[in-house]
Design a protein around this ligand. Structure first.
Ligand SMILES: Cc1ncc(COP(=O)(O)O)c(C=O)c1O
Length: 331
């Protein structure tokens, strides 16, 4: 991967090479950090980069930090502003990915969460697909179980808990699958290693509830709204048994990385016809139009990166939006 040229670090945008930590850093030793992952989508016709749902991503980022008792020096608005400033500095004219990180930065030994000082960084880099074929994913049910709310809170994006995801993902890929589906400690279907999961069963779209140790995905929330309001489908949040996957007519993952990806086989069993189904296909079409700012009714989620700089008074948003695109960062 080509390294970015800049990072938001120490409250300002600096050359990437200056965003460094020591090997004793608490988060590096004990996993005491939280992170987020956002995408920016380039819209060729408008020559604009749209950052997708940044206020929601940073809200969850702050909630994850709260779970670790972190008191950050930034509000959600500050962080959105920092992300926009970073993107303008990088001047990307292509799809990209942002990685905000808040971590206990003390160079100190001792497992704990108190008496430590958090630091925030954000980097952004060009990015394409996360999975090789988003229309034909072959997944496996992992033998690893998802972390539990009473182990490491699963609803937070906590650095240390991603060892759980990494164990599942590596086993799946080494066995020839594209992705893992992880069950929770109860044996119910939870999610992928880095994505939420939906099934289509008996005409309804079902997905596990937030109390089943899923990460509370922003794309999951987007998909629920697009499915219900855009595609007029019934969406039900309920626990899902493993064997319901085998009987589903469709299955798909959602996530910032994976976007919307059809799961067409699980452990060599075809899901439905074994090819992408109509719900996943329609949702993918609507999702990609939405994230690129092409759907006025969902333009509220798309924050123009360069319009905010060109003309603060009029964000490039035919659909309105109402969210302020450009805010100053507290230093
Ligand atoms: C474990 C896990 N579940 C689900 C998701 C999807 O979340 P989001 O849609 O907010 O990217 C992610 C992605 O970051 C993840 O890491």
């Amino acid at each position: 991967m080509k390294l970015p040229r800049h990072a938001f670090f120490g409250g300002r945008v600096v050359p990437y090479a200056e965003a460094k930590v020591g090997v004793l850093t608490h988060a590096l030793n004990y996993g005491t950090g939280v992170f987020a992952g956002l995408r920016g989508y380039w819209n060729t016709e408008e020559e604009e980069l749209f950052l997708f749902r940044p206020s929601d991503h940073f809200q969850r980022f702050l909630e994850s930090a709260k779970l670790l008792g972190m008191e950050l020096a930034f509000t959600g608005e500050d962080l959105v502003s920092a992300a926009l400033e970073l993107l303008r500095t990088e001047a990307y004219r292509e799809d990209c990915y942002l990685r905000p990180l808040a971590f206990y930065a003390d160079e100190a030994i001792g497992v704990r969460l108190h008496g430590l000082t958090p630091q925030v960084s954000i980097v952004a880099f060009p990015y394409g697909q996360y999975l090789p074929d988003e229309e034909a994913v072959h997944a496996t049910i992992s033998s690893w179980r998802r972390v539990d709310d009473n182990m490491i809170p699963a609803r937070g994006k906590i650095v240390g808990s991603y060892v759980n995801s990494a164990l599942a993902k590596t086993d799946a890929q080494r066995s020839g699958f594209d992705e893992a589906i992880v069950l929770n400690a109860d044996g119910h279907v939870c999610e992928g290693s880095a994505e939420n999961l939906f099934l289509v069963r008996n005409g309804a779209v079902v997905t596990p509830p937030v109390t089943d140790n899923i990460l509370e995905g922003i794309t999951r929330r987007t998909a629920i709204e697009l499915l219900a309001d855009g595609l007029k489908l019934d969406v039900v949040e309920r626990p899902i048994d493993r064997t319901e996957i085998y009987l589903a007519s469709e299955a798909f993952f959602t996530g910032t990385g994976v976007q919307v990806a059809a799961i067409t086989r699980v452990d060599h069993r075809p899901i439905g016809t074994g090819t992408i189904g109509p719900v996943a296909r329609d949702l993918r079409r609507l999702y990609f139009d939405t994230v690129r700012g092409k759907r006025p009714e969902y333009r509220k989620w798309c924050w123009p990166v360069y319009a905010g700089e060109r003309d603060l008074a009029s964000p490039a948003s035919p659909g309105g939006g109402g969210e302020k695109p450009h805010l100053r960062v507290a230093r």
